[in-house]
Design a protein around this ligand. Structure first.
Ligand code: PRT
Ligand code: ZN
Length: 284
């Protein structure tokens, strides 16, 4: 018995999805231009599909689990259940208007035509704000719609903002912040749930390791108390004596968010020879 996972066949989520599975220690060969493949060392069968179809395949149990953008999942409104946010494929569904259009708040869109590939999410947003606007559903190149006179505004996915800028548009409101998520069919067998738990355990260890760094430093013993106070560690820092008397080597784990601030403070507190090492897996 194998757990069946649906991932994007090609596109923005493909590379990160494959890398994540590989970082989870799952061997995958023959992943290019295939309909499906299997792993030799984990009971996983991988289906390569268009992202738009993944929520339906998971709802119908053709695949047990899938990796898809939250934006697509919410738009398709299928019963697939989110089990984990994966931290890649980050983007936002935003409203954008021509740069010279005056925009104060969502009410500026009253009576306007808005082009989007996300009619459901846009419709919900407009309803919430009590705005009547005409939604024009188009499947691609939404950003050109105002330029060719098809719409007054757009609701489109944005990451860097470069596409909007190049099309003379300005981003004015975020409707939905999105990232890739792992979804599951709601009625998995007990055996499949166990396989999913095993996979999730690995995914969480990989995610955690990416957010943390292993740090080693040397400290004069008389400054140890100040230095240790700056370090969280997993339980507490490891302290080993150096060959040179009066000095210790301190090992700990730092989160990426606070990393640079703490490094500065460690130097000020007398730490020397600071080494920072990536962590491959982190299991707590
Ligand atoms: O063939 P298939 O249907 O599978 O792929 P697709 O062409 O529909 O999707 P794809 O590969 O473009 O995107 C897959 C998923 O990646 C999306 O559903 C999002 O969850 C996520 N994602 C992250 C993005 C972006 N960032 C993104 N920037 N999807 C699309 N874009 C597009 C956006 O539509 C716009 O055209 O990139 C452009 C904007 O980018 P910036 O950087 O210029 O702002
Ligand atoms: Zn698509």
């Amino acid at each position: 018995m194998k757990l069946k996972i649906a991932i994007q066949k090609s596109g923005r989520l493909y590379d990160d999805s494959i890398s994540m599975l590989r970082e989870c220690g799952i061997d995958l060969r023959n992943v290019k231009d295939r309909l499906k493949t299997e792993s030799d060392n984990f009971p996983l069968e991988v289906f390569f599909l268009r992202d738009d179809d993944i929520p339906q395949y998971v709802e119908d149990a053709v695949a047990d689990i899938g990796i898809v953008g939250e934006n697509v999942l919410m738009e398709k409104d299928k019963s697939a259940e989110v089990v984990e946010q994966l931290g890649f494929g980050k983007c936002r569904l935003s409203l954008a208007v021509p740069r010279n259009m005056e925009f104060t708040d969502a009410s500026s869109l009253q009576g306007k035509r808005i082009a989007t590939s996300y009619p459901r999410l846009l419709g919900q947003y407009l309803q919430q704000k009590g705005i009547q606007a005409e939604i024009h559903e188009i499947s691609g190149s939404v950003e050109i719609a105002p330029g060719i006179g098809l719409a007054d505004a757009v609701a489109d996915l944005v990451s860097s903002g470069g596409t909007l800028f190049m099309n003379g548009l300005k981003e004015v409101e975020t409707i939905f912040a999105s990232q890739a998520v792992l979804v599951r069919n709601r009625k998995l067998s007990e055996e499949k749930i166990q396989l999913l738990e095993k996979l999730l355990f690995r995914i969480r260890a990989v995610k955690k390791s990416k957010r943390n760094k292993y740090i080693l430093l040397n400290a004069p013993n008389d400054k140890l108390h100040r230095i240790l106070a700056l370090l969280p560690g997993m339980k507490s820092p490891t302290i080993l004596p150096l060959a040179e008397s009066g000095w210790s080597s301190v090992h700990s784990v730092l989160s990426e968010d606070t990393f640079w601030d703490i490094i500065e403070q460690l130097k000020d507190a007398g730490a020397q020879g600071i080494l920072v090492i990536p962590i491959e897996k982190m299991i707590i």
